[in-house]
Design a protein around this ligand. Sequence first.
Ligand SMILES: Nc1ncnc2c1ncn2[C@@H]1O[C@H](COP(=O)(O)OP(=O)(O)O)[C@@H](O)[C@H]1O
Ligand SMILES: [Mg+2]
Length: 413
Amino acid sequence: MGTENRTKPLEPGKMPGQETISLITICADEDFAGRLRRFVAVGNVAQIRAELQHYLSGESDAGLIEQLNQKRPDVCIIDMDRDREAAIRTAERIRDTLTETVLMAASSDSKPDLILQAMRAGCTEFLVKPVTRDQLLEALARTSGRKKEPHETLNGQILAMMGAKGGAGVTCLAIHLGGLLAQRHGRKTLLIDLHPNLGDVALYLRQDRHPYSFYDLSENTHRLDGDLLQGFLVRHPSGMDILPAPEGIEPSRHVSGEAVKRTLQFLRQSYQFILLDCPTGLADVNTAALDEADNLYLVTTSEVPAVKNVARYADYLSHFSYPIERMRVVINRYSKGDAISEAQIEKTLRRPIFWKVPNQYREVIKVINTGSPLDLGSTSEFMRSMMGWADALAGKPVAAKKESKSFRRLLGG
Ligand SMILES: Nc1ncnc2c1ncn2[C@@H]1O[C@H](COP(=O)(O)OP(=O)(O)O)[C@@H](O)[C@H]1O
Ligand SMILES: [Mg+2]
């Protein structure tokens, strides 16, 4: 145990009248410990309250935990490099017992699996060694920001989008609608890819290197807060945030319906619009998401099997007391010459069509294939239809006339 504050008696862990952050460190290697000591020696940002030389190992450390608890540390930094397994167990223990303490991991290894493991164990910051003064300052600033500034509660709308069959165009519509809500309307928008694997959102938006998915976030619901959330998100240049599907063809991830609901309820507080790119079908994750969603956009093409599937979904959902007025039918790839007319579809479904998006294969495929995956500046029929849909949700944007140029500039077009 190390450096103690000798200016007591005062509230443990706090300097008089100052916002000094109290730190404890666990197994910091010599270089890192030295850097930390030099860091606290300058200015009054932080103070080291204890330097533990071993990881916590089970019940025998109960007394030690109690001692640490009494110091009320604002931050505990765990060096992961001496024994990774023990470090992770220690983080979990501290997460569960020192609930007010912000946990940070430090390591010279920054592989995504280690970062993810550390986050799952409760660490909200990951410091890559050799840790610089600026890195420490930034991490600690985020810590104090977390305590002082409560996040604005937005209570946004959750809009689930699901295909009546695969390939109906859900991902295309979701990325455009989300991009427009964020950029054209300036709304806080999140797009979640709910596919347990092989989701297309990140692929279509060229965001293919992302360590976390909605599934990772859902596994961490017990300690969700606005700052932790930031670490999970991918930010698109349109301003939309993205929670992609798990990367690669890994085995399907499972998460309980309860965890999905909790996660969406939490996310709802931070956004005005949350769009869900749902896999087709009614697996647990989807039904939980539909329960939370304000609307379900069921996307179909005007082909007989797809339209029949819309009718099947509607029957199935009403059978389970789903408020069917929440369901809205969207016809994608619509064209006037389609074999089945709009009126025939409405008659078959006994409900109105909410939106029609024109068939513009060349335009859409260009968007998907080019380096500029979301051309919000386009004035194509497809984009006009998507703008109309976004306007129906968010109202007409102010200064709509000038937007197309600025969109292009932002997207490098
Ligand atoms: N309005 C549209 N006009 C023309 N082609 C479209 C349209 N919407 C989607 N597509 C095409 O349909 C294919 C499937 O779209 P995608 O969004 O991946 O479907 P889903 O997510 O439902 O499986 C893509 O090749 C896309 O280019
Ligand atoms: Mg898709």
